[in-house]
Design a protein around this ligand. Structure first.
Ligand SMILES: [Zn+2]
Length: 448
């Protein structure tokens, strides 16, 4: 082939991968992989894993199918050997499961995968079958074209992220760590999407940190008794007072490195200043991402469940509550001390789930490769680090010493309230964003 023919062939291959990313995302959405959190009701992960394995095998990958701790909890892992295996592998991981969706609330059926009005619609469109579609399309292209990436790539498609990964990443890390052997860095959700900050300048938010997830059960014991009597030791009263104290408590503002760097980068791009005296107020001016960033300024403890009693005229001896706590990096001990002060000595507490926070720095060759890949496809764009207030499978891979980033690149319209789509009604992803993301991912994985 002449040089011009090579260029034309590469352009054609890029188009094929872009189009495939749309089809694959849509088809993955059509496989209902609802994860309610109750292992007895989980559906579809096995079917989705088999679908992914078939798409990988079709172009020549050897795949490993693993059920992680329960029947049907399907995971697929595949490797692509790079030019220099001694460099440590890059893990590209994503979860196959989605949160439930109620069709009666949606404009289209949440498991239709409809491609209409320039969007792919359905549960998982942004969390995170979009990234699975882009990853699969890129992995397939690399194999078809004989691309040898600079280092080994590990592709992992995983179960159970939406319920904390006990039947997915957490299980695999504990029971099958050899599947990720040699991996030093990883990319996945939630990051790489653009926000439009000023005069059309896009900033791509790359996740470098996550708050810890600590789900806590509270229990108060009192004296059982008749509901008609004067009663001084009522478990329900004592528990609800403690819950109300905690629910209205404002934890102290803590500037972590990730948040500081994020705000500094926004200031650099926009000139917008953040008044440390009124950080909540200045962050509120950030628009659609204010909600997300605001939740990373302090620890939070939101009461979510209450249970006590069994009859109107019986004072129960026990009352219980569940509180969803999200803790900043470096704050666990101080947070627990503060909890104990607020709750007081009558309240017993225990962790139902306690996954630590993670944080890495926004520097190094991998970050440079992300930035370069984004800018090549969106000249003039910026990248900046941020902390996710939620949690992802990064928590599991972090325990293997892997440096984790949220980088699922999407170029989004300025007026799209992207963060509201996560677990939201009418979840959808722009077709153009998927194609863009596929091109960025291709560049990034060839150059990282
Ligand atoms: Zn997710």
């Amino acid at each position: 082939m002449t040089e011009q023919q090579h260029v034309l062939a590469a352009v054609a291959d890029t188009r094929v991968a872009e189009d495939e990313s749309v089809v694959l995302t849509s088809e993955l959405i059509r496989i209902d992989t609802t994860n309610t959190g109750d292992p007895a009701t989980v559906v579809g992960e096995r079917v989705a894993a088999e679908y992914v394995a078939e798409k990988l095998a079709e172009v020549g990958y050897e795949t490993t199918y693993v059920e992680s701790g329960g029947k049907g909890r399907g995971n697929v892992i595949a490797r692509l050997e790079g030019a220099d295996s001694s460099r440590g592998a890059l893990l590209v991981h994503g979860h196959l499961d989605v949160v439930p969706a109620d069709p009666s609330e949606w404009s289209v059926h949440p498991f239709s995968g409809a491609v209409q009005d320039d969007y792919v619609w359905g549960r998982g469109a942004v969390d995170m079958k979009d990234m699975l579609g882009m990853t699969l399309a890129t992995a397939r292209r690399f194999k078809r074209d004989g691309v040898v990436p600079p280092r080994d790539l590990i592709f992992a498609f995983l179960a159970d992220e939406e319920a904390g990964g006990d039947y997915g990443a957490q299980w695999l890390v504990e029971n099958r760590p050899e599947l990720f052997e040699g991996a030093t860095e990883a990319i996945s959700e939630v990051g790489g999407f653009s926000i439009t900050v000023k005069d059309g300048v896009r900033a791509y938010m790359i996740e470098t940190a996550e708050k810890g997830i600590a789900w806590m059960k509270l229990r108060v014991r009192g004296r059982a008794g008749h509901g008609s009597m004067v009663h001084e030791d009522n478990a329900v009263t004592k528990l609800t007072q403690a819950v109300a104290r905690l629910g209205t408590h404002k934890f102290p503002l803590v500037m972590t490195d990730s948040v500081r760097e994020f705000l500094a980068a926004i200031t650099e791009i926009t000139g917008m200043e953040f008044d440390e005296e009124d950080l909540d107020g200045s962050v509120a001016k950030l628009g659609a991402v204010a909600r997300m960033v605001g939740a990373t300024l302090r620890d939070t403890a939101n009461p979510t469940m209450l249970s006590a009693g069994y009859k109107a005229n019986v004072i129960p001896s026990v009352a219980e509550a569940v509180v969803d706590c999200r803790v900043l990096p470096g704050r666990q001990a101080a947070f627990e001390k503060e909890l104990d002060e607020i709750l007081g000595p009558d309240v017993e507490r225990e962790w139902v789930t306690n996954l630590p926070s993670v944080e890495t720095t926004f520097d190094g060759a991998l970050v440079d490769a992300m930035t370069a890949a984004v800018i090549a496809e969106d000249p003039g764009a910026k990248t900046l680090p941020y902390m996710l207030s939620g949690g992802t499978d990064a928590k599991a891979f972090h325990t293997l010493g892997i440096r984790c980033f949220g980088f699922a690149p999407l170029r989004l319209p300025a007026d799209l309230d992207f963060t509201a789509l996560f677990h939201g009604v009418d979840e959808r992803v722009p077709v153009d964003a998927l194609k863009f993301g596929t091109r960025v991912l291709d560049r990034f994985l060839r150059s990282s």
